[in-house]
Design a protein around this ligand. Structure first.
Ligand code: SF4
Ligand code: SF4
Length: 382
């Protein structure tokens, strides 16, 4: 399922005038194309069929607790925006999923598994951070030994195609360069597009990607076009200002479990759970049994949940993490410390969504730096 990361790169050229051919070919090949589009004032992912649905010329402004879109009619670029609130998580790990139903049949309960068959998604315009986020979620939901995989997720991943577009602009909230997840995309996607004013340089990283470019019979990109595209991405990477110092970050956090900063951030945090809902890697869920009014049918549903909800830590008749400070600490230390123990990677890809969509503008990078600055101070160490 994983794209062939060892394939030698051959850069091809897709003129913007032929982009509709790409969309049409994906549909003909049986994919449901999910790409960026503007809806309700944000760039979101949705099903698209026409190039006109791509937010060409739109630019996003993101800051802690703020998101705005503006249209620039003189902007020749089609992908001048960074990730909006929705990530691929919505499609690979839907917010609500019915797992099975039980109905009364002649007085006896009859159970029926109803896990749906996932569509063949072609995800278009995926940024480096979100490509990495899928790789992070793969480690959660797919058991490489094949025993304990989440069946829906594993099938959706096996069927899907990922077409990445490398970022050349950043929001104030982005910090992918600190987390090593962008803006360049070296693996995890099937095709990687790098934008020029009138075309895209296209690289295939998998057999599935190769099949697409072969069908489109794309010509090779000229060396100067490849150089121009790569230079634009490199320059953009160098201009990203927001950073996280990840040096020994796991141990830094774990030795600061009693740092007074947790109480300080809890005075601002309203425990709304937005940060976990928009985060492309957060994977917590709860299970609910729902009956209909007749009492004849019951559904078991899996519903996304958040470690910021008090009930999430309910166990043995009590809520374990009663305070907001303990819940914020749980979230941050999981993302940047114990995730390494579980999965060998950080749980953050630097997309910045949790900063933009926090209604009170709490900034994860600022909180991490505050912990680092006070490391070793009286009361900061456990
Ligand atoms: S913790 Fe924040 S910046 Fe990191 S991946 Fe989640 S939403 Fe993005
Ligand atoms: S950090 Fe912000 S987004 Fe997250 S729970 Fe607290 S207030 Fe909500």
């Amino acid at each position: 399922m994983a794209p062939d990361e060892g394939r030698a790169e051959t850069a091809l050229l897709l003129r913007k005038t032929r982009f509709q051919d790409l969309l049409d070919h994906l549909v003909q090949a049986g994919y449901r194309v999910i790409g960026p589009t503007v809806r309700e004032g944000v760039v979101t992912y949705d099903e698209i069929h026409r190039v006109e649905q791509i937010p060409r010329g739109w630019v996003d402004l993101q800051e802690p607790g703020k998101y705005r879109l503006r249209y620039d009619k003189n902007n020749p670029f089609w992908f001048s925006f960074t990730p909006g609130p929705i990530s691929l998580k919505r499609y690979l790990f839907p917010p609500t999923q019915t797992l099975f139903r039980v109905r009364r049949d002649n007085g006896r309960p009859r159970a029926e598994a109803v896990i749906p068959d996932p569509p063949r998604y072609a995800f278009l315009g995926v940024r480096g951070c979100d490509v990495r986020a899928v790789a992070v979620q793969d480690r959660v939901y797919i058991d490489r030994q094949g025993q304990f995989s989440d069946s829906y997720y594993a099938k959706a991943r096996e069927r899907c195609l990922i077409i990445a577009v490398e970022c050349q602009t950043f929001a104030d909230t982005c910090f992918c360069t600190s987390m090593g997840s962008g803006p360049q995309v070296q693996s995890g996607a099937d095709l990687v597009l790098t934008e020029l004013p009138d075309a895209f340089v296209v690289r295939s990283l998998s057999d599935k990607g190769q099949a697409i470019v072969s069908a489109l019979e794309l010509p090779p990109a000229a060396p100067e076009q490849v150089a121009e595209a790569d230079q634009a991405v490199r320059e953009a990477a160098g201009s990203m200002e927001r950073r996280v110092d990840t040096t020994d970050i796991r141990n830094l956090l774990l030795r600061n479990l009693e740092n007074p900063r947790w109480e300080e951030v809890a005075k601002r945090c309203i425990a709304c759970a937005n940060c976990t809902m928009v985060c492309p890697t957060c994977f917590c869920f709860t299970v609910q049994e729902v009956t209909d009014l007749s009492g004849e049918n019951i559904e078991r549903r899996r519903v996304q949940d958040s470690c910021f909800n008090p009930e999430f830590s309910y166990a043995f008749g009590t809520i374990v993490r009663q305070t907001v400070s303990s819940r914020y600490r749980q979230w941050l230390t999981h993302k940047f410390a114990t995730w390494y123990d579980q999965f060998g990677t950080p749980g953050c890809v630097g997309c910045g969504r949790c900063i933009t969509w926090c209604p009170v503008g709490i900034d994860v990078t600022e909180e991490l730096q505050a912990i680092r600055n006070s490391d070793g101070e009286r009361g900061a160490s456990a």
